[in-house]
Design a protein around this ligand. Sequence first.
Ligand SMILES: [Zn+2]
Length: 527
Amino acid sequence: MFDLVIAGGTIVDGTGKAGYRGDVGIKGERIEAVGNLSKAEAARRIDATGKTVSPGFIDTHTHSEGALLVDPQHANGIRQGITTEFLGIDGMSYAPLSAYNFKTYRHWLGGLLGDPPEDLDMSSVSAFRGHYHKRVSVNTAYFVPHATVRLQALGFHDKPLRGDALDAARRMVREGLEQGAVGFTTGGRYYPGPWGDTDEIAELCREVRAADKVYMCEPRSPQVASRAFNKHGVSEGMEAARRSGAKLHFAHYRTNEQTAGRIDKIMAPIDAARTADHDVTFDIYPYPTGSSIAISYLPDDAQEGGPVEILKRLRDPAQRRAIAAGMDASDADRLATIVFSYMPNAPELEGTLLRDIAAKRGRSRGEVLLELLLEQNLKVGYLAEPPESQEVWAQLGRDFMELLAREDYMVCSDITPAGNHPHPRCFGAFPRFLGRLRREVGNLTLEAMIHRMTDRPACRFGLTHRGRIEKGWFADLVVFDEAKVNDTATYREPKQFPIGIPYVIVNGAVAVDDERVTGIYAGQAVP
Ligand SMILES: [Zn+2]
């Protein structure tokens, strides 16, 4: 007797091999049988006739850790068919941190990760994982984040990580990996991360190599690359991997408005540095622009001391004007595209452009951004406006599919969920690739697309018995309509669920039932 049989669908098993008609029988958390189960007894049958049954999607890059603690149903993730989310990405998250440092970092990251309870134990990776295991709708995997480790080892200060502090940081990375983290991450612009250099990252990556796990690198922003090897974020990732021997994964690596159509250009620094030993993979989300937090724009010296000191500087009009002048000069292009996604104390400003608010207030964009940071107690999330040109959009869509066709690419969402006007990727990344782009560009079969969303990341990051439809494997499954599945979230109307994904199963439990989120928290801390 099965607990659940998903009957009559086309099974696309995650490995890339051709789909076939069949039933999937589930007992407890696992897949018990695959084949013709028409005569088998089952407590429940889901009719998947005319639909595709695939493994649940594995999302290699999200920032859901704060949101999951407040809203464990996590409809925007699970309704995309995502059954496993990677956390601790871009070098910043909550563990391992002391109670004091957790409070500090929770504040600094508030515009991105929201407001989880302040009294949680984040002192170890084990403690962190415990907050999610069977308490949220999706499975979660964690990476030990570089900036977090740096904060715990040195405080929120521009100091070199050497000697005893480096030993302590190495120990934190090692223990985190022993406690179940699947890798280590660095980020583009999340303090105190940028105060580190390539030497310390390479040292920390030695622990990643020893544990045979993965170093995931979001290359540094050019504005904070002065301490990077070759003064370049990609070079730094390649060099840290070369010196340590760690496997390397570049986060959401893609062309953008400036490089549309020039995949050769974005791959050049990687190809130039690549040696025979380099083992490099990538992920990608299908949108032309990204999303982050305003506080990351503040320059090096304005970040010193962390949130309390930052607020003191912003309260002083002379210091505020001086910092703003620097930002207006060095970040003018980026400031021009800011759309606010999250301002909990002024939700009426969510969805508005910085340049419009600046025009209204009659001050520079940099000055107004700092005023808003002060007014919002530093909690300001934003996304970048998409390009106006339809041609650029179409070219980028083709670029993304060309990248995804490679042997070394997989799919991510980069969910940044805080706020009323989030980036559309929070609701639409997977269905956008699976529906719209697969159908429009047509260079990948359904089986190849599913492989990049399931078995490929599971193998790369060592998730055991996930990512395939196979007897004995965990029953993380998605039932979708191949012809209909699509994203509906847009930059203007981002909080729109996808269509054509009626059922999502996590560890054998029905998490989405006929497009309704059930509120069952079967997600496990994996692997
Ligand atoms: Zn990210």
